[in-house]
Design a binder for this molecule. Structure first.
Ligand SMILES: Nc1ncnc2c1ncn2[C@@H]1O[C@H](COP(=O)(O)OP(=O)(O)OP(=O)(O)O)[C@@H](O)[C@H]1O
Ligand SMILES: [Mg+2]
Length: 274
């Protein structure tokens, strides 16, 4: 595992720092043919610089809606999100997004996928190539730089997505069930790698998952959302020491936290089924 944890070790670069995020009384209503769907109601949360927030909650409780609003891909019906005190209007290279289904451009190679955001940032060709090369190497895909996404396994595609997000050096990383589609072993490996990277780079992370164990391993705080309309039901601080490793999962503290959060989430699953 130590070897694989090296793999996502990101090269040094000038950091644009990490972001403080203020989610202020967000409400999101979707008009549909069946009437209005209240996806989020009165959702507020302040995330400090460098925090790793994991969000758990039943399907349909508004997690992706909240992430899309943070990414600037959607707008709230009311309320506001501020990043370092400024309200957000649209997507920005300061916010890197990783989706569950890899979302790589199938017609671009690994290298071109990783360079994509750098191109948008108008970084010159030579610098772009050198940044992409470093990040591709850091996720262990040097030999696949010229491969197309269809030639990669799920875990490899997700490594490309993470490299692409990190390459633009965002202040805030938004990850929507990034490991949800992976087999248990690859998932465990990528969790440790991502954690290792966060421990070094200390970017603000907002990570959605259905896996309570994953949330406890990664997070500084776990946010439990209620069944739709989504609100924040509880916030559980995870004070487990870093570096966190596979051994962390064995500790009593880890399992107590896991059981506590699972209990909170389960109540909401039952609510959502009603
Ligand atoms: N574009 C849209 N138009 C209409 N309704 C939407 C739209 N996007 C989301 N919704 C509704 O808003 C609610 C929240 O959806 P969202 O995708 O945020 O849930 P989620 O918590 O991410 O669920 P999951 O865990 O299944 O990914 C759902 O009831 C969904 O049907
Ligand atoms: Mg979702």
């Amino acid at each position: 595992m130590a070897g694989s944890a090296q793999r996502l070790r990101m090269p040094e670069q000038t950091s644009s720092g990490s972001a403080k995020v203020e989610i202020d009384a967000i409400r999101k209503v979707f008009p549909t043919s069946r009437g209005e769907v209240v996806a989020l109601n009165d959702t507020s949360l302040t995330i400090s610089n460098n925090e790793f927030i994991c969000v758990v909650g039943p399907s349909g409780c508004g997690k992706t809606t909240l992430l899309n609003i943070l990414a600037g891909l959607d707008v709230p019906t009311s309320g506001e999100v501020r990043i370092d005190g400024k309200s957000i209007h649209g997507p920005s290279s300061e916010r890197g997004v990783v989706f569950q289904q890899y979302a790589l451009f199938p017609w671009l190679t690994v290298r071109q996928n990783v360079e994509f955001g750098l191109k948008l940032k108008r970084i010159g060709k030579v610098e772009r190539q050198s940044i992409a090369e470093k990040y591709i190497e850091s996720v262990g895909l040097k030999d696949f730089a010229n491969a197309y996404p269809k030639e990669l396994s799920g875990g490899m595609k997700q490594r490309v997505a993470i490299a692409r997000a990190y390459a633009v050096n965002p202040q805030l990383l938004l990850l929507d069930e990034p490991f949800g589609a992976l087999d248990a072993q690859t998932r465990t490996q990528l969790q440790v790698e991502l954690l290792n990277t966060w421990e070094q780079e200390q970017k603000t992370c907002f990570f959605i998952t259905h896996d309570v164990e994953e949330a406890v391993l990664l997070a500084s705080r776990v946010v439990v959302m209620s069944a739709r309309p989504g609100r924040i039901k509880s916030i559980v601080p995870i004070d487990l020491p870093h570096p966190r490793t596979q051994e962390t999962r064995m500790s009593k503290e880890f399992n107590d936290l896991k059981n506590e959060i699972w209990g909170l989430v389960y109540q909401e699953y039952l609510e959502a089924k009603k």
